[in-house]
Design a protein around this ligand. Sequence first.
Ligand code: BJW
Ligand code: ZN
Length: 246
Amino acid sequence: MKNKINEALIEKLKSAKNLVFFTGAGMSAESGIPTFRGTDGIWNKFKPEELANFNAFLKNPKLVWEWYQYRKDIIHKSAPNNGHIAIKELEKYYSVSVITQNVDNLHYRAGSSEIYELHGNIEKNYCISCNKRYDFIDFPESTDSPRCECGGLIRPDIVWFGENLPQDQYSSAEKVIEEADIFFSIGTSGIVYPAAYLALNANKLKKFLVEINPVDTELTHIFDLTIRNSSASALENILTTVESFK
Ligand code: BJW
Ligand code: ZN
């Protein structure tokens, strides 16, 4: 779908210096990574209460690990889409910050320089007993749940329900939003907190807010502009427009 981008957004892009992209699972949908909610969402097939909290992990670490290995296999076969690449390309013209709820590393693989990860990273792991890190290591599916050299269980460095977000990432995200000229919220349902507070904060700070999502979300009412398109198409259009006047 090729949509022309809105005049108000073009004017903002002409004067803007700092762009913030707040991204969710829909950002990676066109890379073949399923979203969480909605008709094709993974929570329709797998239960978050059995997989995405610490008690579930303690009860059945092997099941949780199998689920993450399944997710990693999909991610490893995927590649950044034109949306991730457009965000990276916009660094030629703006100071760009990416605040992502995604754990899939696709912004990093697209080459974005400044990324804040609110919900962790699927390639990172740590021991729940001694905190030793085991990053970018695959644990073969055939083994039982991986163990640290101290004997403790190793868990993925992903923020599960009821757990705090990494404070440094969240505070840095708040700071970059203070400096933002345009805040884009892309491919997120906006129902998970405290991440969604960042969009509400941007609104309180009277930033120019743009939502890119094929459908309405819980947060739609706060946006100055909504682009009802997929993230890859919408971001390609934005990049092409910027290239035409920069
Ligand atoms: C497209 C597209 C295309 C499709 N282009 N778009 C305040 C109020 C209410 C509740 C709470 C609150 N504060 C805390 C809570 C509880 C809870 C919470 O928010 N619950 C809600 C669900 C009600 N929050 C927490 O527990 C957080 N921790 C916390 O608050 O700690 C404090 C505390 C301590 C002790 C006790 C209690 C509290 C932690 C949240 C961690 C979230 N973790 C997850 C997954 C982890 C597991 C894993 O990855 O394996 O993170 S949940 C899941 O949701 C994942 C995502 O990052 C997150 C957000 O989802 P996202 O990205 O928005 O995806 P979807 O699927 O929801 O939406 C996709 C969108 O894309 C849709 O809109 C589509 O239309 C769109 N789309 N194709 C553009 N091509
Ligand atoms: Zn250990």
